[in-house]
Design a protein around this ligand. Sequence first.
Ligand SMILES: [Mn+2]
Length: 454
Amino acid sequence: MAAFEIAVSEAELDALFPAHLAALMATTAASMAATAFDALVIGAGVLHIQFQDDASYPFKVNPAFKHWAPILNAPGSCLIFQPGQRPLLVFLQPEDYWHKPPALPTGAWLQSFEVAVIREPEQARQHLPQTGRIAYLGEIYASLESWGMTLNPEALVSRLNFERMAKTPYELACLRVANARGARAHHAAAEAFRAGASEYAIHLAYLAATGHREEELPYTNIIALNEGGAILHYTDLSTETPAEHHSLLIDAGAQCRGYGCDITRTTAGRPGTFADLVEAMDTIELALCALVTPGRSYPAIHLEAHLRIAALLREAGLIRGSAEAAVATGLSGVFFPHGIGHLLGLQTHDVAGLQATPAGGSLERPAGHRYLRLTRTLVAGAVVTIEPGLYFIDLLLNAAKTDGRGKDIVWTAVDALRPYGGIRIEDNVVATVAGAVNLTRAAFAALSPAPARH
Ligand SMILES: [Mn+2]
């Protein structure tokens, strides 16, 4: 963590935590009142043992648990909240000489909690309230069935999920730090690319710069050289060094206290048509990021992205006809076949992106745009990704050839770009009353020494 300055210190995060917890307690209490629950138990999750083995899969904490307490390694622990009382952290610390038991957290944020240490998972039951309706939120395992709790009641879960769109200042600070770590690592990856590294070597350079272990990344790194960039979720990490480095598409994150960034950058190996397209997509991406404001319909940003990408395809001589026609016929979707982005926070694709109201229901995607992950109207404090893409995908180009859309594709120009795979540029943006705040660009701008181009 020494190489570059991270703008927010641990002490500053700790100072922001009590207000975060107070806000979370208030909204949770209101949701519990609306659904007639007196207590809420949030399970951290449990370890899962691999088939015919004694080793477990990596532990991934329940996102709702880390929403309350920044503990990422606490299998078998839980939180108990009763409105009007301080939340209770029931922390499982087994007596175990094979493994190091999870250490009781020491951060200043812990002062906001009552703490009970247990040695066996079953002992958590002794800490449940004796009366009232108890809701349980988390992964369900067999022994819970007899505890007298309502397991993941949909009405309450819907409300809690819906409210996760708007972040507290503490959460925004965590995302700022995550972006600082991610930007630093993306810079290291771009340097490795320019030095001629393999995908695997670029991954190692990225990982080292985050300071994370691989299982601490918010998602599996996508690191694609050349044609691999045309595979949206390419995770092969080839150890082979290709003869030529046409392009790098890297979609990789980092995290802070369980909040992850989600950043994509595309770098051209040399000046030319592809590099010009990357530059033009960067301009489009920034214009779209500026649309992230409270009251904005997110699908409107998605449709605007299609229009702008279609206009670029036409200007670059890759398609014929108007941008409007290309969007209407689905031609733009041949090159941009995913959604413009998603909610971001405790999960990379955060919950309730399609939810209509706190009580539930769903908001339809625009017709023909079935991969859009967010159809809600943005509120102040919402954090989303903006990630326009432009790819040369054989499968989709072949389909266009047979379904008629191919007549407006300039094939010689498109074929020349296939070795470059594709372009995706992704930033993390906060909707605020003062306008869009781009956490990712701010993080890259704060890097020192400044990278050549981002
Ligand atoms: Mn994303």
